[in-house]
Design a protein around this ligand. Structure first.
Ligand code: NAP
Length: 252
């Protein structure tokens, strides 16, 4: 019998977990790679490896290319978060170096959301800081790694919502809420009301799991600043759904 074909899924997203399940179901041997950033990651089915490919020397491209070649992979799927730009660039370079086919699986962003036109779109955190200069009580939902970008707001009553605790001392006026989505409309409305938030800051993560806050902000008349996604890596085939990703694997 022919051995199962092997796919490496760069994960850390719900889409990556769904793809691991679907690929395994379709007869692929699926290994998911996680960066190891969150303390208790949601784990996919199948084999999992954890940590960057660079090691202490830091050559993530070479490390990933070696891992792909040694592991005799037939395909690579980059299903990391839309804002995980470094690993996506490394995946493209490692795929080119090894000749292993690469697919980018990325959920659609919120550009097509009915309210997208009334939000302030910011190209990066600095632009978001500038856009929110007038706010007094922002709710910051852009993730732990972006917190330092917003320290210019130390005098504001900022609430930061993160999965894992921030690794720095925050300004005394700031409050931290630790939680993990998905978040529903009623709970988001209760939170934004309790906090008396006057601004919501988010990344264009896309998807439904964290979208309720956008509807609440509209209904409560709260301003929204959305940090735009980094550009896709040119030349990489991209799909938006697990179904299409599975179809691409099937065609290998
Ligand atoms: P990043 O800035 O693109 O990557 C930084 C470094 O982390 C990479 O160079 C790589 O190290 C390592 N890395 C990232 N993803 C990896 C993976 N799936 N497997 C092995 N190593 C990985 O990424 P990030 O924004 O820190 O995100 C890290 C992980 O968290 C990603 O898997 C992403 O899907 C997930 N995540 C990110 C966000 C976000 O907003 N950025 C939100 C939710 C989930 P080496 O160079 O040493 O290989």
């Amino acid at each position: 019998m022919r051995p199962a074909r092997r796919v490496l899924v760069l994960g850390g997203t719900a889409e990556a977990r769904a793809l691991a399940a679907a690929a395994q179901q379709a007869g692929w041997h699926c290994i998911t790679s996680l960066a190891g950033r969150v303390s208790r990651p949601a784990l996919p089915v199948g084999e999992v490896r954890i940590g960057g490919f660079g090691g202490p020397e830091g050559d993530g491209v070479g490390g990933l290319a070696d891992y792909l070649a040694v592991g005799d992979f037939d395909a690579l799927v980059d299903a990391t978060h839309p804002f995980a730009a470094t690993i996506s660039a490394h995946a493209a370079a490692a795929a080119e170096r090894t000749g292993i086919p690469l697919l980018r699986l990325q959920r659609p962003g919120w550009r097509a959301h009915p309210d997208a036109g009334r939000w302030t779109w910011a190209d990066g955190a600095d632009a978001a800081v500038a856009a929110g200069a007038e706010a007094a009580r922002p709710l910051l939902t852009t993730g732990r790694q972006t917190i330092t970008d917003f320290l210019a707001w130390s005098a504001k009553a900022v609430t930061v919502r993160v999965v894992d605790p921030p690794q720095l001392d925050l300004p005394p006026a700031w409050r931290v809420i630790r939680s993990r989505g998905p978040y529903g409309y009623a709970a988001e409305r209760a939170l934004l009301t309790e906090l008396a938030s006057d601004l919501l800051v988010t990344k264009d993560s896309g998807g439904a799991h964290t979208a309720a806050k956008l509807d609440v902000a509209r209904d409560l008349g709260i301003g929204v600043v959305v940090i735009a996604r980094p550009a896709s890596v040119p030349g990489v085939t991209e799909v938006a759904t697990v179904e299409f990703a599975l179809g691409w694997l099937t065609d290998r």
